[in-house]
Ligand binder design. Sequence first.
Ligand SMILES: Cc1ncc(COP(=O)(O)O)c(C=O)c1O
Length: 430
Amino acid sequence: MMQSRSRVSFNSLASPDRLGESTRAPGQCQKAQMENPLSFQPVAVRTQLDDALAAELEELRRRTLHRRLRSVSGRQAARMTVDGRECLMLAGSNYLDLAADARVVDAARDAAQAYGAAAGGSRLINGNLDLHEALERELAAFAGHEAALVFSTGYMANLGVLTALCGPGDVIVSDALNHASIVDACRLARAETRVFAHNDPADFARVAGGLAGFRRRVLVVDGVYSMDGDVARLAELVPIARAHDMVVVLDDAHGLGVLGAHGRGVASLTGVTVDVLIGNLGKSLGSFGAFVAGSLLLREYLVNTARSFIFTCALAPPALGAARAALAVARAEPERRKLLLERAEQLRAGLQSLGWNTLRSTTQIVPALVGENAATLRVSDQLLARGIYAQGIRHPSVPHGSARIRLTPTCAHSLDDVARVVAAFAEIVP
Ligand SMILES: Cc1ncc(COP(=O)(O)O)c(C=O)c1O
């Protein structure tokens, strides 16, 4: 007998009677599926694993660390619909407003029409399109390095670089507030990891002074700290690293396209050269994916050894086409990054004038410190009720006790939009 949609529901999760009923269902379901594969309906069976997960989720709720997905619709823009309500969007990374730019969208469509929706496999097998290589040449020229290699995400770029460069016998020295993907990459590399106090050259010098005996020594930092919005003090950190014969790896996910001469990022802003630069295509460049820039030999080495590059499907043509177009627009229209930084400064000044602590932010990432998790959620709910979407950030994204609202304007936000956000902050009670 075919099961009707109304009879099979995940609502049966809670009730033991219904649970018994659902354990009988798979046989019926298989029969229905054989008759018509499209008729398949999931059958809810509450397992021991579910019981354990439910208890752990309850514990997250108790600690106000539980997360839920918000439903966002519409084109990427300064105003979007969040959970059914039109809002000012201050929670994204579409900093230069390129994700829905007609030239970028057209390029994504053209790439899909010319190449199809997928690369069809991994880069080392059949997925190395001329589009990847064209984008890599353009990214290398933009970043001021000999070569670049595209990865599927920034997370995978960090995993690939650190696990390829480091292993047992090596040491990675990492800033205390580095992005979670760097933290995970350090774990996966199985090298020794030493952490220095956030953006503190004196503490870095102390750690760097104690690394005798390691084969390779690597400093890894974010360019712009993604939850604090401050800039790595590379002008001080890099000379210390060089004095200790260290390789310098910079993850400039939020700085590239925005800061420095021609938007070349934090290395250019601070006047240093790094060995390995990791950039992102899914933030200011409005597409998806990431890249690593450095020497030709670094590129060849990563092609041969970076497992998150080798054992994964190549970036899809629409993302490549979009990234190429976005890079061209970002380079041709420097007023976008100027406007973005102006809006961020106006927002920061407005919040500060109300007494909000914006930490050390000097970039387009503007935190407003709250402290407690529950209070942070109350603030973000009150903002949402006023038509402003800004994400409340809690542990593990930030250290315990430093929960905050993280606001990220784009160059598409107007001065009036900023005034509206500041006016909302003036009304809310944490
Ligand atoms: C500093 C930093 N590195 C890496 C990533 C990961 O990038 P992706 O989203 O492309 O995986 C992020 C993403 O938020 C980031 O902020």
